[in-house]
Ligand binder design. Structure first.
Ligand SMILES: [Zn+2]
Ligand SMILES: [Zn+2]
Ligand SMILES: [Zn+2]
Length: 463
């Protein structure tokens, strides 16, 4: 029987593995791969939210597609969280959960395994599969905590705050290639330098840009044709014309207020149309409103072509071009070698190592494909020249170098990865000069008689 620490099994007529999670301490999402559905108790909203996001961030299909419900008697659930879940329950009912389990299982039968070396395609395929199993549209959700003030849940999990434009670009790509049908929902404006949607819009002086201005009506006295600010007409006896000293009586009859005049309290400038500028509350850039970046917020639905792509993965010509790196094997072959190596050390009683070096580059630095491929080839050359011919090398998911070192020893591998890291770092500094938003992660696993292939693969796939 399946057990999940911190989870209570919910009995149901369909004998599905449904768990109510009440304890969020030390939850490991890998434990959920065999569950049929989870119900998250919303008593600890922060913990529940974090776990929900972690589940939907995974690239493991049985985890990110898992039906997850929110059990919430009286708390508040945000739109983003609701959109990431399969529904909200205020009492524990079995039918809505079982309905989603059955639908997701049925839809997943249509899927064929999909491998891609493009991180964009990997994200899009995941999004399509999620939408396909749920018949869900991808809606922009208002979220005060979001960088833009809006979120596209799920896809957003793969783009940090500073990369919202990259995120919108990939959605747009989905529409351009007819996988999505976009329908207009709303528009918003963001800061052109950091793309934050948190802006303070205010009227400012046309001369010195100070916001310390006030407006006053202009009064036109018909009788003597004098025109001046309302303040000049104010007396204890009411409105009196400063030019002809007559009392003003009825607006529209003997006087009018044709317009407003603005006065700056800093530079004393007077003007009729103030400028409007936006102060970005995130990076403090001040931008005239007409220069703000306009973002169209569409709602996305899968087209027939999109549903096809959900079933078999995205094939875009050119994009899918496998990197052929001399001396490197493709990832599928690498996994086969890995399985053999684990079997081999089980028999021999010796130890081998598997190492990885991940390049975590923001999408911005990957967007120049030629530059990126050259960089990958340079690193590959370096790795190949500094490993033995018996070592197995691979490059996967557009970001990670994998290596199997048969019987090399932990110490030697650790030193080797350290050297790789140092040299690759130098290469990245040279390539991206003053860009510093990348990081490198190098790690290794010892392969011995206790190594479980499946556990190791799950770890590898989450890198
Ligand atoms: Zn007058
Ligand atoms: Zn001024
Ligand atoms: Zn900004």
């Amino acid at each position: 029987m399946l057990m999940i620490p911190g989870g209570k099994k919910i009995q149901n007529a369909g004998s599905f593995e449904i768990f109510l999670i009440t304890d969020y301490q030390d939850q490991d999402i890998r434990n959920f791969a065999l569950a049929d559905a989870l119900v998250l108790d919303w008593q600890q909203p922060d913990h529940a939210k974090a776990l929900l996001k972690e589940i939907r961030s995974s690239f493991i299909e049985s985890i990110y597609l898992l039906p997850v419900f929110i059990f919430n008697a009286d708390g508040i659930v945000g739109d983003t969280e609701r959109a990431l879940s399969d529904g909200e329950l205020s009492v524990m009912q079995e039918e809505p959960i079982v309905k989603v389990i059955r639908q997701v299982k049925k839809r997943r039968e249509d899927f064929t395994p999909h491998e891609t070396n493009s991180s964009e395609n990997r994200i899009l395929t995941k999004l399509f599969r999620y939408m396909y199993t749920r018949d869900k549209a991808l809606n922009p959700e208002v979220d005060v905590a979001a960088h833009m003030g809006y979120e596209y849940p799920l896809i957003r999990l793969h783009y940090p705050a500073g990369e919202s434009m990259e995120m919108l670009k990939i959605l747009r790509r989905g529409t351009d290639t007819d996988f999505f049908q976009g329908t207009f929902v709303d528009k918003t404006h963001v800061c052109p330098s950091c793309h934050s949607g948190h802006l303070n819009l205010r009227e400012v002086c046309t001369k010195c840009a100070s916001a310390h201005i006030s407006s006053e009506s202009l009064i036109h006295h018909f009788v003597c044709a004098y025109m001046g600010p309302e303040g000049d007409f104010m007396t204890k006896q009411g409105l009196v014309c400063p030019k002809c000293n007559r009392q003003l009586r009825h607006i529209g009859v003997d006087y009018d207020k044709p317009s407003v005049i603005y006065r700056c309290h800093d530079c004393r400038h007077e003007f009729q149309e103030p400028d409007i500028t936006a102060l970005c509350l995130n990076c403090k850039t001040v931008t005239p409103v007409e220069n703000l970046k306009e973002i169209v917020l569409d709602k996305y639905l899968l087209t027939d072509l999109g549903r096809d792509a959900a079933r078999s993965g995205i094939k875009v010509e050119g994009e899918e071009r496998e990197f052929t790196i001399p001396g490197f094997v493709n990832f599928g072959t690498f996994l086969t070698f890995l399985r053999f190596e684990i079997e081999r050390v089980k028999v021999s009683g010796k130890e081998s190592q598997m190492g990885s070096v991940s390049l975590n580059l923001p999408a911005r630095l990957r967007s120049n494909r030629q530059q990126f491929e050259r960089l990958v080839l340079d690193i590959s050359d370096f790795i190949r020249n500094n490993t033995d011919s018996s070592d197995i090398l691979s490059f996967a998911s557009d970001n990670t170098f994998f290596m199997i070192f048969p019987e090399k020893g932990d110490m030697a591998v650790e030193k080797m990865l350290y050297d790789f890291r140092t040299s690759i770092e130098k290469l990245l500094v040279n390539t991206f000069e003053d860009e510093s938003e990348w990081n490198l992660a190098a790690q290794f696993e010892t392969l011995n008689a206790d190594t479980e292939y499946n556990t190791l693969i799950n770890q590898v796939k989450t890198i």
